[in-house]
Design a protein around this ligand. Structure first.
Ligand code: GDP
Ligand code: IMO
Ligand code: MG
Length: 427
């Protein structure tokens, strides 16, 4: 068996949580492979809404195993809040959730360092989610991190050494925090975390594959936030691309099957950093209002703009996307015309390959304008109901991106999802 991967192709918040939930019944296992509680994955069904941060989005279907893989960074305090709230809603988490021994732990001092680093950057701050992601992955890569499995051996010594090192770093940044209370809650949360099934998840997943079970890997963030291929340094600290599923779960590259690339019919970004197609006008505001574009984790306003096909082509390339999923087209239901960026103009030169930097001041998006469909599509049940202009828009995107669009999402609810037989799938 192969593992399928579902990941974001833009700057995050594409709707990954919703679609993982929709696809879960086709799989035996759902696994998160990177990121941490910087993610906020929203699911809506039966009139209820849930936001998941560290726990995979496959927990609400029919008893599939859900795994938090080794590539994830986990904050025990936030995990506890999330898990307790789900258990209160009636989810029997303990019977379906397994956590890798190799996840790195986010410590209270990592969060303080995240905030202090941002303050020190001043005007050039990244606009992180403040969850300690950067400092935790920094410790992982510099071989100073603490893994969940470490809680089983000499944990207090390892924890104290890491905490003291962080406090020295905070002092160097002019900060002298009192962490007594934070530390107490964190250590209690570790005990809570250890009541879950802590496993060698790489063995578990590979055994599942050998036994013919199917696995869906759930990405967090998006390709434009990837540490290598995103808009560095305004990125997150993990590999959000398909390769991240290999290293974040211990799955070999030749085990990757379908790669579902998910994107919005427009584009958003939260936090700082370049965004070539950003709209600062009434249209941007209309997209934000209609699409409720406010962060699921931080509540921050998301920056909105037109779809960027230069960036999408790049994302499809580095991920090996085999099928596309288009989200939130309903947000554009009222628009007379829609724009799509097909190239960039830099220094008077037109380019279609995503460049080294998109921070150039004279970078201008080259747009084509497409007629809108001017139809409320939110109640539609099948592709037969799609208006002609909408089909034309999809055909245009498939031509430009040379990849089939096999799912279209027309609203936040689980039910507002339409599977589509793309003509490209037969080629
Ligand atoms: P994720 O981080 O990729 O899982 O995405 P988020 O949950 O952060 O953001 C997506 C937002 O859009 C959530 O509020 C979803 O409920 C909502 N959403 C998902 N799909 C659709 C859609 O097709 N139409 C509309 N209007 N909202 C959607
Ligand atoms: P999901 O999984 C959107 C952004 C932050 C910031 C940058 C670095 O819900 O799509 P970090 O806290 O990771 O060090 O912040 O990355 N960011 C996200 N933006 N969706 C996310 O996750 C994000 N996770 C991080 O806003 O610009
Ligand atoms: Mg999100």
């Amino acid at each position: 068996m192969k593992v399928d991967v579902l990941l974001g192709l833009q700057w995050g918040d594409e709707g990954k949580g919703k679609v993982v939930d929709v696809l879960t019944p086709k799989y035996d296992v759902v696994a998160r492979f990177q990121g941490g509680p910087n993610a906020g994955h929203t699911l809506e069904f039966e009139g209820k809404k849930y936001v998941l941060r560290s726990i995979p989005s496959g927990i609400f279907q029919h008893g599939q195993t859900n795994i938090i893989g080794n590539g994830v960074v986990l904050d025990p305090v936030l995990f506890r809040e999330e898990a307790e709230s789900l258990e209160r809603s009636g989810v029997d988490l303990r019977s379906i959730l397994k956590i890798s021994k190799k996840v790195h732990l986010i410590m209270p001092t990592h969060r303080l360092l995240d905030a202090a680093n941002e303050r020190a950057k001043g005007g050039s701050k990244i606009g992180t989610t403040g969850k300690g992601i950067g400092p935790t992955y920094t410790d992982k890569i510099s071989r100073n991190g603490i893994r969940l499995g470490d809680t089983l051996h000499n944990f207090k010594d390892k924890y104290t050494a890491a905490r003291n090192r962080h406090l020295a770093q905070l002092h160097a940044l002019g900060e002298d925090p009192d962490i007594t209370e934070l530390e107490k809650r964190w250590l209690e949360a570790i005990d809570y975390l250890l009541t879950f099934d802590i496993i060698d998840s790489e063995h578990f997943i590979n055994r599942c594959l050998r036994d013919g079970k199917s696995v869906l890997c759930e990405g967090a963030q998006g390709t434009m936030l990837d540490i290598d291929f995103g808009s560095y340094p305004f990125v997150t600290s993990s590999n959000t691309i398909t390769a991240g599923a290999c290293s974040g779960l211990g799955v070999a590259p030749n085990k990757i099957g379908e790669v579902f690339g998910i994107f919005k019919a427009y584009c958003t970004r939260v936090g700082s950093g370049p965004f070539p197609t950003e709209l600062f006008d009434e249209t941007g505001k209309a997209i934000r209002d209609k699409g409720h574009e406010y962060g699921a984790v931080t509540g921050r306003e998301r920056r909105c703009g037109w779809i960027d096909l230069v960036a999408l082509r790049y994302a499809i390339m580095v991920n090996g996307v085999t099928q596309l999923i288009m989200m939130k087209s309903d947000v554009l239901d009222d628009f007379d015309t829609i724009k799509a960026c097909v190239a960039y103009e830099i220094n008077g030169e037109t380019i279609t390959d995503f460049p080294y930097s998109i921070e150039e001041e004279d970078l201008k998006p080259v747009y084509v304008e497409i007629p809108g469909w001017k139809t409320d599509m939110t109640g539609m049940k099948s592709t037969d109901e799609f208006p002609k202009e909408f089909n034309d828009y999809i055909a245009f995107l498939e031509r430009e991106l040379m990849t089939p669009i096999s799912i279209v999402s027309i609203g936040p609810d689980r039910e507002q999802t339409i599977l589509r037989k793309s003509p490209l799938l037969n080629k």
